[in-house]
Design a protein around this ligand. Structure first.
Ligand code: V0D
Length: 255
């Protein structure tokens, strides 16, 4: 409970007069599975990578909208440990997107006080991708606005296994007692150790699966699935998702 309290005062929630979402129940952590980029392109007779590129531009729009709404953390599933199985050309294109995104948008995001982070398996990313995301994280580490958190080379089961392994090593070395392993201690070994769990997960493009995303952290998260493909997902759709989230919260409170 105390861990997320730190976030309460982290960012002043701006409230826009006339807006119909309620400021006191804005989710502090929103996670998104940005699905449907390939299908968006195919539908237009374009190559899949054109969809990924359109999806990249949309990351900027939604991140700035989230920042304006006073969301504290936006965690985006950009590349999973399973995505390596895609065609080599597509993977190569995807691995160029962080650099392109940061080249175009980092200055603007940094100016708006956004902190860029990434989480995932550090081994396996091409060095050029790794360098770009690490530099962006370093450059924005002191920013106090939205935390824009990219899940890159991320797999939920892998995250859990590496947490178990780190704990086992500490027990073997005698620096941790097995009876001291509880949920709080376990979650300290996850990539999200210093973040509250997501309040809201949005998955675009109509698929209703978690696809190995944040398996531990989503235990109590409200799940919202929208039909819209990611490149077509607008700040207005984000606002609608938050309104739905708030309706659910209100119903829950009435029980
Ligand atoms: C493709 C839709 C931004 C999902 C969004 C390497 C599929 C566009 C980034 C990004 C991707 C990552 C880190 C960072 C800055 C930007 C990104 C990937 C894919 C996978 F620090 N969009 N984006 N990364 N797509």
């Amino acid at each position: 409970m105390m861990r997320w309290m730190r976030w309460a005062s982290r960012l002043k929630r701006r409230w826009i007069k006339g807006e119909d979402t309620k400021p006191h129940t804005i989710p502090q952590h929103v996670a998104i599975i940005m699905d449907g980029n390939g299908r968006w392109a195919t539908l237009r007779g374009m190559p899949r990578i054109a969809g990924h590129h359109a999806g990249m531009k949309n990351v900027r729009d939604i991140a700035l909208a989230a920042n304006d709404m006073g969301i504290h953390i936006l965690t985006l599933y950009a590349f999973s440990t399973e995505n390596w199985r895609r065609p080599k050309d597509e993977v190569e294109f995807l691995m160029g997107l962080p650099e392109e995104f940061l080249h175009i948008y980092l200055d603007e995001l940094a100016e708006k006080n956004v902190q860029v982070r990434w989480m995932g398996k550090s081994n396996g990313l091409p060095p050029h991708t790794r360098r770009a995301v690490d530099e962006a994280a370093e450059k924005t580490a002191q920013n106090t606005g939205l935390i824009l958190n990219f899940a890159l080379n991320y797999g939920g089961r892998h995250e859990l296994v590496q947490a178990a392994r780190k704990l086992a090593e500490k027990v073997a070395r005698g620096t941790l007692k097995s009876e001291d392993i509880d949920e709080a201690r376990f979650s300290e070994e996850l990539y999200t150790a210093d973040l509250p769990d997501p309040d809201l997960l949005i998955r675009t493009s109509g698929e209703m699966r978690l696809s190995n995303f944040l398996l531990w952290q989503l235990a109590y998260t409200e799940l919202i699935f929208v039909e819209r493909y990611w490149p077509d997902f607008t700040p207005e759709d984000l606002k609608q998702a938050i309104l739905t989230y708030q309706t659910r919260k209100r119903r829950f409170g009435a029980l």
